[in-house]
Design a protein around this ligand. Structure first.
Ligand code: MV4
Length: 449
């Protein structure tokens, strides 16, 4: 096992990893930018090191500075968390060259699954359902038009690199396809330095169902069941829950086994998420694979009892997975509400500043993952997510009731947060019914002005 792990991240996930290290008896090294110098969670690490000024490019994204921090503190591994360098295969390679263990997949597995064209090829080989579409990157406009004729409109043009909805265009006819192809290629080139695009059939109404998986370095891979993350706005998830409501046991088994098969075939080690879209008949199609621990991992931890962060560290150190698939059982239901420092009633504008009162909820089934305490100043520089409320209960109905109760108790003043929106959502008939689609929240916000 590692003696000392450096955490190349900030905020709630840095604290989550510090806690996992403490649980494992591993020393932790936190890094921070000048904007986070007075962050209260830093004291929970065994050491902390300033790595540069506020802009992420000069701190949390700066590979030489992070590697230097690991070298001066004698860390034997780096945990990237999510965002920043977590899915940067070059960074994973630099870690390897410096003989520092990257807590996550090999650069090869990250590359093979992170590139969506290559990922889709692996999925087809593993008999994981994918959308019909082009098999390779589209070079010629004529090829796109030929494929679109075969699969039928609407189609979607997607960038092979990156993710989160950038470099995507929907086309309902040939003219829109020609334009979309150019735009998607340009956007992808600018955003990711890789202009490769592909096309596939576009599914209008769908749910976002994703499967938590974890592999080790001995060829074992298991799934930890699925989550529904359909309640999102502009590709930012607001609520995630596990298990996904309204998925039949047979379909659940199929989608979860598909995900585990894909990462097993890719010889993947570490935690990953295999994302799918599910249609009204519960047919599912691969979207992409996230080769990192995700924001929403706690809902899976609550229903399975598996500590995903701890397990990820153990497999990175070379230990075999401490679970077999048959050990993993679903216990009840869990919901996560992302609490962002944003004014959701005014277009989700960021709301930074000092938190004068922070009164988190508690009681049975309530978990808070946050680095915030009273007196914390939310810096304007980074992501606006400041806390995650995770609630566990025996079933979905009780989980919603308990989440409502926790949200009533939850007080953050004077900054704006998404707590009020979550209170409304827990009383929304469509949400309460279960199985809302990926356009539900945007439709609701539009309707309510
Ligand atoms: C799609 C799709 C419909 N059909 N692919 C959006 C982000 C990226 N992960 C993939 N995305 C989509 N791919 C096909 N073939 C609709 C979306 C999509 C979406 C997916 C998941 C969650 C929210 C979404 C919001 C809009 C579009």
């Amino acid at each position: 096992m590692f003696s000392r792990v450096l955490i190349a991240n900030r905020g709630e996930i840095a604290l989550r990893i510090i806690r996992a290290c403490r649980d494992l008896g591993i020393e932790s090294v936190a890094v921070y930018s000048e904007a986070d110098a007075d962050a209260p969670y830093l004291k929970h690490a065994d050491r902390s090191v300033c790595i540069g000024p506020a802009p992420a490019s000069e701190s949390y994204l700066n590979i030489p500075r992070i590697i230097s921090a690991a070298e001066v503190t004698n860390a034997d591994a780096i945990h990237p968390g999510y965002g920043f360098l977590a899915e940067n295969a070059h960074f994973a390679e630099v870690c390897r060259d410096c003989r520092i263990e990257f807590i996550g997949p090999s650069p090869e597995a990250m590359g093979a699954l992170g590139d969506k064209i290559s990922c889709k090829k692996l999925a087809r080989q593993a008999k994981v359902p994918t959308f019909p579409g082009s098999e390779d990157a589209i070079e010629e406009e004529a090829k796109a038009i030929e494929v679109a004729k075969k699969i039928g409109y609407p189609v979607i043009v997607k960038a092979s690199a990156g993710g989160g909805g950038r470099g995507m265009r929907v086309a309902h006819n040939e003219a829109a396809l020609r334009a979309g192809l150019k735009q998607a290629r340009q956007e992808a080139q600018a955003a990711f330095g890789n202009g490769a695009v592909y096309i596939e059939k576009f599914l209008e109404k769908a749910r976002h169902v994703e499967v938590q998986v974890i592999g080790d370095k001995h060829g074992n891979a298991i799934h930890l069941y699925e989550r529904d993350c359909s309640t999102q706005r502009r590709h930012q998830k607001l609520i995630e829950e596990a298990p996904a409501p309204g998925v039949d046991p047979k379909k659940r088994d199929e989608v979860c086994k598909s995900a585990a098969r894909l990462i097993k075939n890719a010889e993947y080690s570490g935690a990953a998420t295999v994302e799918f879209l599910m249609d009204e008949k519960q047919n599912f199609y691969l979207l992409e694979v996230n080769t990192r621990v995700q924001v929403e991992h706690p809902v899976t931890e609550m229903i399975t009892g598996v500590d995903i962060v701890k397990t990820g560290i153990r497999v990175a150190a070379g230990e075999p997975l401490p679970y077999r698939q048959r050990d993993i059982k679903i216990d009840g239901h869990a919901i996560e509400c992302r609490i962002n420092a944003e004014n959701w009633e005014k277009g989700f504008t960021p709301s930074a500043g000092r938190i004068e009162r922070f009164e988190p909820p508690g009681g049975p089934g309530v978990r808070m993952d946050t680095h915030v305490i009273t007196g914390y100043r939310v810096p304007p520089t980074y992501d606006s997510m400041i806390a995650k409320l995770i609630v566990h209960a025996p079933d979905r109905k009780q989980c919603i009731a308990r989440t409502s109760r926790a949200l009533r108790e939850f007080l953050i003043e004077p900054i704006h947060t998404t707590i009020g929106l979550h209170r409304e959502l827990m009383q929304n008939p469509a949400f309460m019914e279960g199985g809302v689609d990926i356009h539900f929240l945007e439709r609701l916000l539009k309707k309510n002005g």
